[in-house]
Design a protein around this ligand. Structure first.
Ligand SMILES: [Zn+2]
Length: 67
C-alpha cells in the first residue's frame, strides 16, 4: 500500500511549431490532442492543482481544463 492517497497525474502540454499541441500523461506518457479528466490509457485522475506539487515538479501544468 502506498497510503490512502489516490494516484493521480497531470497533463503535460507539449507545444509544437508546425502542428497542434499535445497533452502528455505525466504517468504513462500517452499523448492526446485534448486533455480529459482521466487518462484513457492508465486511468489516473488528472489534477491541475498547484498546491499539490508531489506528482510533478518540472512539467508545465495546465491550470484549468479548457473546453
Ligand atoms: Zn496515463
Amino acid at each position: 500500500m502506498f497510503g490512502k492517497k489516490k494516484q493521480s497525474a497531470a497533463w503535460i502540454r507539449r507545444t509544437h511549431l508546425l502542428r497542434a499541441d499535445e497533452y502528455e500523461c505525466s504517468a504513462c506518457g500517452s499523448r492526446y490532442k485534448r486533455p480529459s479528466v482521466q487518462c484513457p490509457n492508465c486511468g489516473r485522475i488528472m489534477r491541475g492543482s498547484k498546491h499539490d506539487p508531489s506528482w510533478v515538479d518540472e512539467a508545465e501544468i495546465l491550470d484549468i481544463w479548457e473546453e
